[in-house]
Design a protein. Structure first.
Length: 405
């Protein structure tokens, strides 16, 4: 079953026939291939005949030993002689030298090219060399909360969005896990397979890592500390306490590889007074909340961290660059910027005391600008405006069309 993800399709097809290679990146199984198929359908609806659409899937055994040169000849032989051909290359990073291939096809023929990939080779220096100024990258994420409700609603009666939020936090947004009614255990089995194939294909095999147990310990530490500031040294110290010695440089290397496989997102701190990015005490967020539970098991006490995680991803989906805000009295969970727009967001599971209220609102009140400010919570009575700060339920924020004060 293919459920429309129209936001991505509209964003990408706005560049159809423009002289740019369209590159879709994101964690494995986030829906890139399906979005490519939706773009194919959009072209057919526009009247483009099937013979002018070429679609290759490079995770298929059919192309396992194909070289870039062979693929160039194959594509050349099938191009329309008189009109533009639309070329789709799915998981193209499996072809060594794909960057040069794509550049050659684009320069030599009348083609409109779309490619997908699931690891850092999609954003490597070779792309800068061969495709500088001639590509547009689109980051694809797992299902947003709005998309999750659409998927789930095709096979299960929905509760209110606020009630559904708990399911979304627990089961995540990998599209394949919501096309039919799976149990939580079945979902975690599917997601664990995605995790393991990513770690072993995109990290261990590609980087020839021998000490897999070390990598997995770093993964578990990062997954268990979502939303907490930590450094390579804190990971190293933690492992040392378990009698596992690992130097800071190796830890940084592992974290970087997890980023490049799109499993982790690095969120840097931004000094709001000095107006500069800080290089220490970063936070990491997961590509999807179900990754944590599939690897570490379900832990109800992690809900607060997963709330932060889903808000972080939603801001990224909407095109914001997201940082942690450092102020003189503490931290703002998220400072989100997009061109000339900026948002400040505090996320808290509940405001159960005056101390929590002072902390969450006080840090935002210290900011003397007029950008929108939010405190997000799971309190059913959340709402209203306090001295210019908007209080919202997390579910309502995730479904809000436009984020304004």
């Amino acid at each position: 079953m293919m459920i429309d993800r129209s936001d991505y399709v509209k964003k990408i097809t706005a560049f159809t026939d423009a002289p740019f290679v369209k590159i879709l990146t994101g964690v494995r199984r986030c829906g890139k291939s399906t979005i490519l198929q939706m773009i194919v359908d959009a072209l057919k609806n526009r009247g483009v005949p099937q013979e002018r659409i070429l679609f290759y899937r490079f995770d298929s055994m059919e192309y396992e030993d194909m070289t870039a040169k062979q693929l160039y000849e194959e594509i050349k032989s099938r191009l329309s002689p008189a009109e533009r051909t639309y070329l789709f290359l799915d998981e193209v990073q499996e072809i060594d030298g794909w960057e040069k291939l794509v550049n050659s096809v684009q320069m030599d023929f009348d083609v409109d090219i779309y490619v997908t990939g699931s690891n850092s080779r999609m954003m490597s220096s070779e792309i800068q060399t061969y495709l500088t100024g001639r590509y547009i990258a689109f980051r694809i994420y797992t299902l947003s909360f709005a998309e999750y409700l659409t998927f789930r609603g095709t096979h299960t009666p929905l509760q209110s969005p606020r009630s559904e939020l708990a399911n979304y936090l627990r089961t995540g947004g990998f599209p394949a896990t919501h096309t039919r009614p799976y149990t939580d255990d079945e979902i975690y089995t599917i997601v664990r397979d995605i995790y393991q194939s990513t770690v072993f294909s995109d990290i261990v095999k590609r980087n020839q890592i021998n000490k897999i147990d070390q990598l997995e310990r770093v993964v578990k530490f990062a997954f268990d500390n979502v939303g907490k500031t930590f450094s390579a040294k804190s990971v190293s110290d933690y492992l040392k306490a378990e009698n596992r010695r690992l130097d800071n440089e190796t830890v940084y290397g592992y974290l970087e590889k997890l980023e490049k496989a799109y499993l982790l997102h690095r969120c840097s701190r931004y000094d709001l007074q000095g107006k500069e990015l800080l290089k220490t005490q970063e936070k990491f967020y997961l590509a999807d909340s179900a990754l944590r539970y599939s690897v570490l098991g379900y832990q109800p006490q992690s809900a607060a961290a997963m709330l932060e995680n889903v808000v972080y991803l939603e801001l990224c989906r909407r095109g914001y660059t997201v940082n942690i805000g450092k102020t003189s009295v503490g931290e703002i969970d998220f400072v989100a910027t997009r061109q000339n727009d900026r948002l400040y967001v505090q996320v808290t599971k509940e405001i159960g005391s005056e101390e929590t209220e002072r902390r969450e609102y006080g840090r935002l009140l210290e900011l003397r600008d007029n950008y929108p400010k939010y405190v997000l919570t799971t309190d059913d009575f959340a709402g209203g405006n306090y001295r210019g700060i908007r209080t919202m339920h997390v579910a309502d924020f995730l479904l809000e069309k436009e984020l304004t004060i």
